[in-house]
Structure formats: C-alpha cells, structure tokens
Design a protein around this ligand. Structure first.
Ligand code: GLA
Length: 422
C-alpha cells in the first residue's frame, strides 16, 4: 500500500520519488519527413472525434443484412444513438471477390440481397450515418478487391449509395507511397461532392499525424487492437496490440490531435471479454485522448455494465470536448498514472489509472497544484481558487480540491474526475 500525495505542484510518492507536476508532453522526436506541397482543404466533417460502431471486432467478415439490420435497431434501442454515436460502419467482407465487367465493386448478393443502397437507406432512416470499408492496395486485408486504380470509380459508387464515412486500409500496397495513395482517395471522395469522412488506416506506419491533416479526418496510429488489457497477442505474421500497448504510443503524438484530424487509437473492445474495470479503464483513456470512439461489440446483447460504460454521457462528453486536446501523462509510483486533459471553459479532466495487479490507495492533497500544459498553453492553477470534483463513473460529487482526497482504485481500474472552478 502506497500513499500518494499530490501537493504543492509536485507528486511526492511515499517519500521515494518526487515528480515536478509542472510538466508538458514531449514529442516523439520524430525526424521531419519531406512533404511535397499539395493543396489540401480541411473541411469540418469531424469537429469532434467521430463516434460509431464497426463490424470488425466481433464479426470480421461474417456479416449480412439480417444480422446488421438487427444491429442497427439495437444501436437505437440500446441508447447508443442517444449517447451520441452516429456512424454505422461495415468493415471488410461486404463485397464480391471480383469486380464486375465494368470494374465496379459489387456488394455480395448472398450477404446483401437487396443491394448496398437499400441497406444504406435502412441506416439513414434510423437517423444514423453509413460507413463502408476498402483498402489502398490491390486487395483488402481479407482478400476482396482493393481500390488501387479504381479510386474515383469507387468513390462515385459509394456516393451513389449514400456513404458518409470511408475506412481505408493499407494491406497489399507493395511499394505504394502512403501519403500519395491516401491523397488520391481523399481527392476522389472530395470530387464526388458528397461529404464523406475519410478514415485512414495505415496503422501509423508512415507517421500520418505528420501529413494526414486535410487528407482525412482520422488516422490510425497503431496496428490492430485485441481485447486484452496489457498482453499483446501473436497472430502468426503480426501482433495485435493490447489496450495498454496502444495507450503507451499516444503521448508522443498528442500534439497532433485536434478538430478534423484525430489520432485514431483503433476501435473499442468494450464488452468483448475484458473485466468491467478494464473496459472502464479502456473507455476512459480513449475519452481522455479525445480518440474516435468506434464500438466493436455485439449491440444486441450488451450487458448492463457494458451499456453503462459505452453510454456514460459524462465520460463521452470528455471525449467530445470541443477543444479536442489529448490528455498528457504524469507517471506516479507502483504503476499508477495520472492523465490530465484540459477542457473548454478552463475545466479539466483528471484520470488516475491503476496499471498494477493490486488495488492502490490514493491519498491526494491537491494543495496549490499547478498543471501547466506547454503544448496547448493552458494552465491549471489551483492556487487561484477551489475546484469542485465530480466522479464521472460514480456520477456524484467528490468534494473539492480544498481537502484531502482518499480513495481506493482497484487493479486495472480508473478514477476519473472532472474539475470545475467554483
Ligand atoms: C486491418 C485493419 C482492421 C480491419 C481489418 C479488415 O487489419 O487494421 O481494423 O479493418 O484489416 O480486414
């Protein structure tokens, strides 16, 4: 058991270690890449991180119209739509293995007997937006026809179906130049005249945070997620990343995150096998990062706990804060981290994350703590006033920053607070 004090501008950890709290995130020191001048127009399709649901994490390519219509219905009846989720995205596996004789993609008629336009209409009629998937390479990751050489033709087809969101993958791309390949598809989408959110999925291989602003609205920063808190999963030729592995890659690129250009930490695994605490921690941290929120669980049979995580509007509001600033991390002892996220109106979200395998006791003296975020220029000076504390998971007040703050955090769990000046 370690008592932690958070006071007088520093974290004093059981007398062992003191960390200056006046800190700001460092960059990853990435060497600047030579970027050719291309006129990129930034629209306003994603002023806050896109929220939605995607087929992949639970169903992979085993999707069809009856299953998905049920999911659309559950999207609405479960409260996901009411909580702010909007996009319904078909990932890999929706099409035939070959294009038609004119080069058009064809929705698999066994899976979508009424065609893709009819399914898109079904989604739209429920007040949701419709997303689809393809790949910059010759084939998608699951072996279906990719868009290479058909970018404008595919974009026109999607627009004719009423597509609102395109996830664009990076399998089978050989020696393609990533930035150029994504600009080609981005231009093709813009040419259709239909507003289509463009979601780049090249796994962070070519540092899209340095060049994707204006090309698309969100870009994956890592390889694929797996539903495990801290253990990566070996998949033969590649390794799926645990929630903590993905989280650890985010601080170095946080300064690139913002409205209409979001660092994508991959889809959510909430409800897909981790513990309640782990799911809560995963969701909290994605919200602290202002990451896109793409649920990936079966919405038709969500447990009450899963639903209470995904639809916690106060936590979702942290993700959707209009400033779009990703949190930064202050390490503490015993694998407890403090993440701090500046919000609009000088409010602040603070999230304590217990990564250790045992419960921890927090004893925090807020005192005259100063949190200075050099990246954004926003400061939090507790010396200038008292802040109220609201526990966003318990949905109740937790006092103010005047007194001591004592609370246990279970293993792999979080304590997520919103601080508002009195
Ligand atoms: C890649 C992507 C995943 C998913 C699959 C589909 O692995 O990173 O998110 O789209 O392809 O095949």
């Amino acid at each position: 058991m370690i008592t932690k004090h958070l006071a007088a501008g520093c974290l004093a950890l059981a007398g062992i270690l003191t960390i200056n709290f006046k800190t700001s995130a460092q960059t990853d020191g990435a060497a600047p890449v030579a970027v050719a001048k291309v006129k990129l127009e930034t629209g306003n399709l994603a002023p806050t991180p896109p929220m939605g649901w995607n087929t992949w994490n639970t169903f992979q390519t085993k999707i069809d119209e009856p299953l998905l219509k049920g999911m659309v219905d559950a999207y609405v009846s479960s409260g996901m739509k009411d909580a702010g989720y909007r996009y319904f995205v078909l990932d890999d596996g929706w099409m035939m293995m070959e294009r038609d004789t004119k080069g058009y993609l064809v929705a698999d008629p066994k899976k979508f007997p009424n065609g893709m336009k009819a399914f898109a209409d079904y989604v739209h009629n429920k007040g949701l937006k419709f997303g689809i998937y393809n790949c910059a390479g010759n084939k998608t990751c699951a072996g279906y026809p990719g868009s290479r050489g058909h970018e404008y033709q595919d974009a026109r087809l999607y627009a004719s179906w009423g597509v609102d969101f395109l996830k664009y993958d990076w399998c089978n791309t050989d020696s393609l130049n990533a930035r150029e390949a994504y600009i080609t598809m981005s231009s093709a989408l813009k040419e259709t005249g239909r507003p289509i959110v463009f979601s780049l999925c090249e796994w962070g291989n070519h540092k899209p945070w340095l060049w994707a602003k204006g090309v698309g609205e969100l870009y994956r920063t890592t390889g694929d997620i797996t539903a495990n808190f801290s253990q990566d999963k070996h998949m033969g030729t590649w390794t799926a990343s645990s929630v903590m592995t993905i989280l650890d890659k985010q601080p170095a690129i946080r300064q690139y995150n913002g409205p209409n250009h979001w660092n994508d930490a991959d889809m959510l695994e909430v409800g897909n096998g981790m513990s309640y605490a782990e799911d809560k921690a995963h969701f909290s941290m994605w919200c602290m990062l202002s990451a896109p929120l793409a649920a990936g669980n079966d919405l038709r049979n969500m447990s009450e706990q899963t639903k209470s995580i995904l639809t916690n509007k106060e936590v979702v509001a942290i993700d959707q804060d209009v400033l779009g600033i990703a949190a930064y991390k202050i390490p503490m002892a015993d694998s407890v981290e403090v993440w701090v996220k500046p919000l609009k109106n000088n409010e602040v979200a603070v999230c304590f994350l217990n990564r250790s395998n045992h419960a921890q006791k927090l004893n925090i003296k807020w005192g005259d703590l100063t949190v200075e975020d050099k990246t954004t220029g926003l400061n939090l000076k507790l010396a200038n006033g008292t802040y109220t504390l609201r526990d966003l998971w318990l949905k109740k007040s937790s006092g103010t920053t005047k007194g001591n703050f004592k609370q246990d955090i279970a293993s792999h769990d979080v304590l997520m607070l919103k601080m508002v000046k009195q």
